[in-house]
Design a protein around this ligand. Structure first.
Ligand code: BGC
Length: 447
């Protein structure tokens, strides 16, 4: 039996996001978000589920913090709901919203848990969407106003910041594939949105540095690994294109100040281009202190003319899948991390999300989620491998602390270490919770 060991100062945590857990959608002055609107459009979200109540975490702060405390994590990655702070996106501040997060962050700190805060995890105020949302460059100004307020308010309390979660999902799932809010399907628009998100990120980083706020800041892109089925140049190229869509499209501008040419050319053939104004790339490529990486899946792919946007076909049948249908390819986690090191250098990395959906309910009060434990073991083994290969990894957060609102899948997909009964809101610790608790205590586990 092999033992996988982690450095003593390696940070272990769990992640959540405001819209997915908080509920209390119309309380204490919160404004509406695009997800409140989108989830109400018939047919957009499975079973018509919305985040009105979610896990009710807004009201269950003490219960949730007790779960974190017992789990023994030293880091909690959560997001702040923009519409609680600025109900109209900008302008008038909602003090009750700020008070809520002050209370929450104070309690985390009292319990020895470091907050790792995401500024934007998809709940854009609806009033900004009414003006065009991320299509409109003015939204960038609103984001800077919002970030600036958070930096000043929580200076000294929150020391680790992530500007934007998964800009790929916001831009491409939201504006090209059309599977997330606001559900549009236009390639050109998605490129504009991606560019504006990157600008919003860069402007917020710049402001953070100007204010001299103590701490570290970065963003949290999602990456996926596509491995060529063969060495044939067309398979290799097809994989390069699709990998670049997830990774280089967001990481190249931030680290290198340019978009990846392979995709610039490809999108041009599809009639779309990035609208770059003077000075944009300098803003986007502000140096960051930390990089968050969200990783779930990888696959083997090959060239197939006319297939999808990238002439690429995925051989997902080669892999086992989690209940949401994501292929399980743990080695790809190592490969992608080494690739990031080779391409972008040694910026400190936090794995800000990694986890698996297995939709089990408690039986006699117990959730025996062995498959989730197996997934976590496999992926943490790759983390340990990457650490040995010199990848500058600082921490790892499981997605998620508890089952929650899985966007267009509603409540049908369970990612949590803690089970949530959506009728009673009762929390039940799964076997994986106890397994992770032990890892937190020991900093090692047995395979
Ligand atoms: C997102 C989470 C989501 C998770 C599982 C990521 O795309 O940041 O909000 O729940 O993956 O799909």
């Amino acid at each position: 039996m092999a033992t996988i060991t982690f450095p003593k100062d390696f940070r272990f945590g769990v992640s959540t996001a405001s819209y997915q857990i908080e509920g209390a959608y119309n309380e204490d002055g919160r404004g509406m978000s695009i997800w409140d609107t989108y989830s109400r459009i018939p047919g957009r979200v499975l079973n018509g589920d919305n985040g009105d109540t979610a896990c009710d975490s807004y009201h269950r702060m003490d219960e949730d913090i007790a779960l974190l405390k017992e789990l023994g994590v030293n880091t909690y990655r959560f997001s702040i709901a923009w519409p609680r702070i600025f109900p109209n996106g900008r302008g008038e501040v909602n003090q009750k919203g700020l008070d809520h997060y002050h209370q929450f962050v104070d309690k985390l700190i009292e319990n020895g848990i470091e907050p790792l805060c995401t500024i934007y995890h998809w709940d854009l105020p609806q009033s900004l969407q009414d003006e065009g949302g991320w299509k409109n460059r003015q939204t960038i100004e609103a984001f800077v106003e919002y970030s600036d307020l958070l930096f000043r308010e929580f200076s000294g309390k929150i020391k680790s910041w992530l500007t934007i979660n998964e800009p790929w999902c916001v831009s491409f799932l939201g504006y090209f594939v059309g599977e997330q809010a606001p559900g549009e399907k236009d390639l050109q628009t998605s490129l504009d949105v991606a560019h504006h998100l990157l600008l919003a990120h860069g402007r917020a980083v710049k402001r953070f540095k100007e204010l001299g706020i103590p701490g570290e800041i970065g963003f949290a892109p999602n990456v996926t690994w596509y491995e060529p089925f063969s060495n044939q140049p067309e398979d290799v190229e097809a994989c390069k294109r699709i990998s670049a869509w997830f990774m280089e499209w967001f990481l190249d501008p931030v680290f290198k100040g340019s978009y990846p040419q392979i995709l610039v050319d490809w999108f041009e053939k599809k009639g779309a281009k990035v609208n770059i104004q003077e000075g944009d790339m300098e803003i986007i490529s502000q140096p960051i202190d930390i990089l968050g990486i969200n990783f779930y899946t990888g696959t083997v792919s090959r060239y197939k003319e006319g297939n999808g946007t990238f002439d690429c076909e995925h051989l997902d049948g080669l892999f086992d899948k989690t209940d949401i249908g994501f292929t399980i390819y743990a080695d790809a986690f190592y490969k992608v991390l080494v690739d990031i090191k080779n391409k972008y250098g040694d910026v400190p990395i936090y794995i800000t999300e990694n986890g698996a959906t297995y939709n089990q309910d408690p039986v006699d009060g117990r959730v025996m989620d062995d498959k989730r434990i197996k997934y976590l073991k496999q992926h943490l083994t790759q983390i340990s491998r990457a650490l040995s290969s010199g990848v500058n990894l600082k921490g790892y957060c499981v997605w998620s602390l508890m089952d929650n609102y899985e966007w267009s899948y509603g409540y049908s997909m369970r990612f949590g270490l803690v089970h949530v009964d959506y009728h009673t809101l009762k929390r039940t610790k799964k076997d994986s919770y106890f397994w992770y608790k032990k890892l937190n205590q020991n900093h090692w586990f047995e395979l």
